[in-house]
Design a protein around this ligand. Structure first.
Ligand SMILES: [Zn+2]
Length: 431
């Protein structure tokens, strides 16, 4: 017997369908969410994140005067970052910023930078979960959370290529050419914040020498905080790919810390990398933002520069104000999940998480190796480009100045003279 539904029930059947649909929607979406969550976890386990910028070391100085013995970095909760949160966020490698305040320029910037490098090295040595690495191979080979060092602000080298090279020897692998102040040789994106070296425009001849030397020694050039013209000039002359370690897209939030389209295209050509900053003022140009606002920058930068030029530089502990759902490094998976929801493919996200940075780092190392025959640059900045008096100008140094400078050397000469006379006198007695 064929059962026929009475016509009067047809409308009811349709209603049942709709009711079923509404009842099932939450289950379907939660199924999709848990599916996305699983994919996110799988992806991040396979490709642990390399994050381009974290100012935790600055907070260690500010809150604890770099006294690591007073704190437990595994569970520290006065900062956004701790080791547990990094692990929960599947962070595989972290660039720790050796940040140098602009107010230290022409004073004790080199000492401050050295002290920040010291505290980063100490924390990475003291905790078993961490390991300091200085090469792309080091990131790949360690089973621990890889620590890398980036100096933030070119004023840290005090216009000295020798100091730049010594930072490299200490393990520094990127340097931001400026922070919020001009240096004598590079222009910042933060106009009017500091009054120093206001005449510096773009990149000077000495600035070009800094870029060349960074290429030669294998130090990655970081353009976050530089002016648009400085970035354009560097992109014109750098032989190696460059990075923005913590910046976002100007088209979505038009502040000078973000990157306009022509520079994004330059990054694509240079095969460089934009590691996207999460700060609410940079992603949404206001105090509040959400994960979707951050994801928009990933979509946008990828559409202009290609997904191969997109990375992550959260800027945790460097600023106040992070989007809802991305308050600390443990929340990185939420962003990856959102990008998956938007249709990003697994291989594209593997690039964002890890492979894109490794490619850039390997290329920087290759450019270094290709220049192995080149001698270190002996260029010096000209004295009239510097305007502070406490720098000793050794170019006018003459040995006689030293002898004149104190009685100690004079006394020493007298002793030497008397000794010589006695030696000659005794020698003659035995001839
Ligand atoms: Zn910064």
């Amino acid at each position: 017997m064929v059962w026929k539904m009475p016509l009067f029930l047809f409308g009811t059947q349709m209603s049942i369908k709709w009711i079923l649909l509404f009842v099932l929607i939450p289950f379907i979406s939660s199924y999709n969410d848990s599916e996305l969550e699983l994919r996110t976890m799988r992806l991040m386990k396979q490709s642990p994140l390399i994050d381009g910028h974290n100012d935790f070391a600055l907070q260690i100085r500010r809150l604890y005067q770099n006294k690591l013995s007073r704190i437990n970095l595994r569970i520290l909760n006065s900062t956004r970052t701790n080791i547990k949160k990094l692990k929960d966020g599947y962070v595989g490698a972290q660039f720790w910023s050796a940040y140098v305040l602009c107010s230290s320029q022409d004073k004790d910037a080199v000492r401050l930078a050295l002290e920040q490098i010291d505290v980063i090295k100490r924390m990475c040595n003291e905790y078993d979960e961490l390991e300091l690495v200085t090469s792309s191979e080091g990131i790949v080979n360690t089973s621990k959370l890889a620590c890398l060092i980036g100096v933030e602000g070119g004023h840290a080298i005090d216009s000295s290529l020798g100091t730049l090279r010594m930072f490299y020897d200490l393990g520094v692998r990127y340097m931001g050419l400026t922070h919020t102040c001009n240096t004598p040789w590079a222009e910042t994106s933060s106009y009017g914040v500091h009054s120093s070296y206001q005449d510096t425009k773009s990149l000077t001849d000495f600035g070009k020498e800094v870029v060349k030397e960074m290429n030669r020694i294998g130090m990655i050039i970081d353009l976050s905080h530089t002016s648009f013209n400085t970035s354009r000039e560097v992109l014109n002359i750098s032989k190696a790919p460059v990075i923005f370690s913590h910046s976002a897209a100007f088209a979505l939030c038009n502040i000078n810390r973000n990157i306009p389209d022509d520079i994004l295209k330059g990054i694509k050509k240079n095969k460089g990398l934009v590691m996207v900053n999460f700060h609410t003022q940079f992603v949404a140009c206001q105090k509040t933002a959400n994960i979707s606002d951050v994801a928009d920058h990933f979509d946008y930068i990828s559409s202009i520069a290609g997904f191969q030029s997109v990375g992550i530089g959260g800027d945790y502990d460097g600023v106040n104000g992070f989007p809802r759902g991305l308050e600390d490094p443990s929340k990185y998976p939420s962003l990856i999940q959102e990008l998956l929801r938007r249709g990003w493919k697994d291989n594209e996200l593997e690039g964002v998480l890890r492979a894109n940075f490794l490619r850039v780092f390997r290329e920087v190392e290759k450019v270094r190796d290709e220049q192995i025959y080149m001698k270190p640059s002996e260029e010096e900045i000209s004295a009239d480009e510097l305007n502070y008096s406490c720098r000793l100008d050794l170019r006018s140094f003459e040995p006689k100045n030293l002898q004149k400078s104190g009685g100690q050397e004079k006394g020493r000469s007298m002793i030497d003279l008397i000794l010589s006379i006695w030696i000659i006198f005794f020698a003659n007695m035995f001839v």
